[in-house]
Each structure stands twice: as C-alpha cells, then as structure tokens.
Write a protein that binds this ligand. Structure first.
Ligand SMILES: Nc1nc2c(ncn2[C@@H]2O[C@H](COP(=O)(O)OP(=O)(O)OP(=O)(O)O)[C@@H](O)[C@H]2O)c(=O)[nH]1
Length: 329
C-alpha cells in the first residue's frame, strides 16, 4: 500500500551558522498552512540546544547531535527517514534543518542514491538562509557557505534590518555570482509567505548536475574547516545576571570576530524562567523563554562555535558568573 502513496516531499533548510534556519523552521511550524511535518534537526555543538529553541509544535522532532549531517551521521539520516516511512499518514512532508557547517550536497544525495529513500521521498527544495549582515565577512573563508548557496533553489536573504540597501545589493550580486538561477527572497526574521516555500517542486536535479557533475556517482567526502570548533559550558549552580551580561558583552567584544555562533539556555538565580542567549559575532540577543518546569533540572548550557576560540579564558570568565562562589576557587 505504501508503495502506491505519493512520495513525501522533503525540504532541506540550510545556511551558515546563525543565518536564521531555526527562525525559519519555527515559522514553518507555527503558521497555518495546513501541513504537518516530521522534523529532523542536526546541530554542530556537542550538547543539543536547537531542540529547545524549536517552538513547541505537535510535530515529531528527531535530533541528530553526534556529528555533522553531511559526514558521520548520514547513516542515521537514512535510518530516521526509513523509520518515518513506516508511519505513513502521520505527516505531509519532512523538514531537515542542517548544521550551519553542513555541505548540502551529501544530504541531497541521500534522496537519490539510497534506493528505499528514493522510492518513498521526493527532494522538493533546498532553501538556504543567508545572513545579509555577516555573509560578506565570512564567505571567502567559509567554503560551506559557498556550497550552501550553490546548491540552493531558493535563497532567503535574511536580516535585511541589519544591512543597508547598498550592502544588500552587494550581497545579492555576490550570491548571484555563485548561483545565477535560485530565487532570492529578502526577509527580516524570515517573515515570508511560508506556504509559497513548501511543496513546490523547486529542486532541479539537472541544475545540480551542472554544478556538480558527480552528484549521483560519488560519495561526497566533505572536509570541514579544522579551525572551526565548538565547546560547551554546563553549570548546575545558578548564574548571576549582574555578572553574566557584562561578561558576555566583554567576551563578544574581545573575540566576536571569531565567534561564529553562541547560544545557550541560562538558569539565573532567583529567576523562574529559562533565559535564551544567542549571538552571531558581536551581535547578542536574549529573551526569557518559558518557566522552568517543576521536574526539570535547572542547568545552564552554553555553546560557543568559532575559530580558534580561547576556551580556557572563556570558561574561566563564565565560571566567575556563578551566583555563589565555591570555596575551593
Ligand atoms: N536582527 C535580526 N536578527 C535575526 C534575524 N533572523 C534571525 N535573527 C537572530 O539571529 C540569531 C540566529 O538565528 P537562528 O534562527 O537561530 O539561526 P540558525 O541559522 O538556526 O543558527 P545555527 O543553526 O545555530 O547556526 C537569533 O538570535 C535570531 O533571533 C533577522 O532577520 N534580523
């Protein structure tokens, strides 16, 4: 019976670190377009934060945290999709959010080279979110950002609020040099007509074969930039906001050039709400998210992703933000 059902459309959301993929995913999951999705999220840090930042929708969310989706965990991706295919009728489409450092080629290739997956799914679209403010500074050294743009059929030029009209025109020219055919949509916080992004048969295999003639043949071996690494800080003692915010400001001022991404869930002393901190280079954002649940342990988790970041210095500074000093220090 399942053989006869129409292939499930798959949308891949990609884009460099901090571009706005989760923002887009949350919009897709929140807006009333009448579709239900299975969601697969992969992230780069050792501890998963993204799953906590996705809106509390009814969707099934599968996390893949043990490596980059385009390398070590591709087998996991196939297994998750095969598992999903055994539950037909529960969803109308699959959304995959890749890490900011993923090469989309091997992810896309999964939908063509694995026979079972190919028979039951249809790669509908590769949507690449671009940070209009930070892309120009990163693109020359971020090989992944170039691949993500090259493979896209749809490019969302996001964060238009953070770039001037001239800057936007320049980024668009840069994007066009890499990818002359993708549709480019400008957005602030991915405020687009979501229905128009979904199930639209935008992925064009012939175009991809032009970009990468070996697409269907080779196992894509993908090399990550060795200098980009992540580390996580985990703390059970509550954090003092009076210490934390100045420390975070000083840290991004000192190392912001090399901080590609930071994100965390902070447990402040005397605060019953979880606080979400986010950063891309020197720009910080934060907000209270929801109350800590009664049976939920109040743990602070903070992930830094960057180029040759001084982990010891950052860790030391962070530990000084604990609300109560330990005697041993
Ligand atoms: N000013 C501004 N900030 C934005 C916009 N879109 C997203 N952000 C912020 O940029 C940060 C990163 O957004 P995310 O959606 O988490 O980015 P991402 O691509 O999922 O990030 P990673 O997967 O962690 O690399 C968050 O603090 C967002 O609130 C925008 O259009 N304008």
């Amino acid at each position: 019976m399942s053989r006869k059902t129409a292939p499930i459309p798959v949308t891949v959301l990609t884009g460099y670190l901090g571009a706005g993929k989760t923002t887009l995913l949350n919009r897709i999951l929140s807006e009333p377009h009448g579709r239900k999705f299975a969601v697969i999220v992969n992230e780069f840090g050792e501890i998963g934060i993204d799953n906590d930042l996705i809106v509390d929708a009814e969707e099934d969310v599968f996390e893949m945290n043990n490596g980059c989706i385009c390398c070590t965990v591709r087998g996991d991706l196939i297994r998750i999709i095969e598992g999903l295919m055994r539950r037909p009728g529960r969803f109308d489409g699959i959304l995959i959010e890749t890490t900011g450092l993923a090469d989309p080629a091997p992810v896309a290739q999964t939908f063509f080279v694995d026979e079972d997956v190919r028979a039951r799914t249809r790669l509908d679209s590769i949507i690449t979110v671009v940070d209009a403010r930070h892309l120009p500074g990163e693109i020359d050294r971020a090989h992944e950002a170039q691949e993500q743009i090259a493979f896209a059929d749809t490019i969302i030029l996001n964060k238009t609020d953070l770039a001037s009209a001239e800057d936007l025109a320049a980024v668009e020219t840069r994007i066009r040099r890499i990818n002359p055919t993708a549709s480019i949509l400008r957005s602030e916080r991915c405020d687009l007509d979501i229905a128009s992004l979904l199930d639209r048969k935008a992925f064009d295999l012939d175009r991809i074969l032009d970009v990468e003639p070996d697409f269907l043949v080779e196992e894509h071996d993908h090399e990550h930039d060795d200098h980009v690494a992540s580390f996580s800080l985990v703390e059970r003692q509550p954090i003092d906001p009076e210490k934390f915010f100045p420390w975070l400001q000083t840290t991004v001022q000192a190392f912001g050039m090399d901080i590609l991404r930071l994100k965390g869930i902070i447990s402040f002393s005397g605060d019953d709400d979880r606080y979400v901190a986010q950063g891309v280079h020197m720009l910080l954002e934060g907000n209270h998210q929801r109350p800590w649940e009664e049976d939920e342990e109040r743990i602070t988790r903070l992930v830094f992703i960057g180029r040759d970041l001084p982990k010891d210095v950052i860790t030391d500074g962070f530990l000084k933000c604990r609300a109560v000093r330990q005697a041993a220090e």
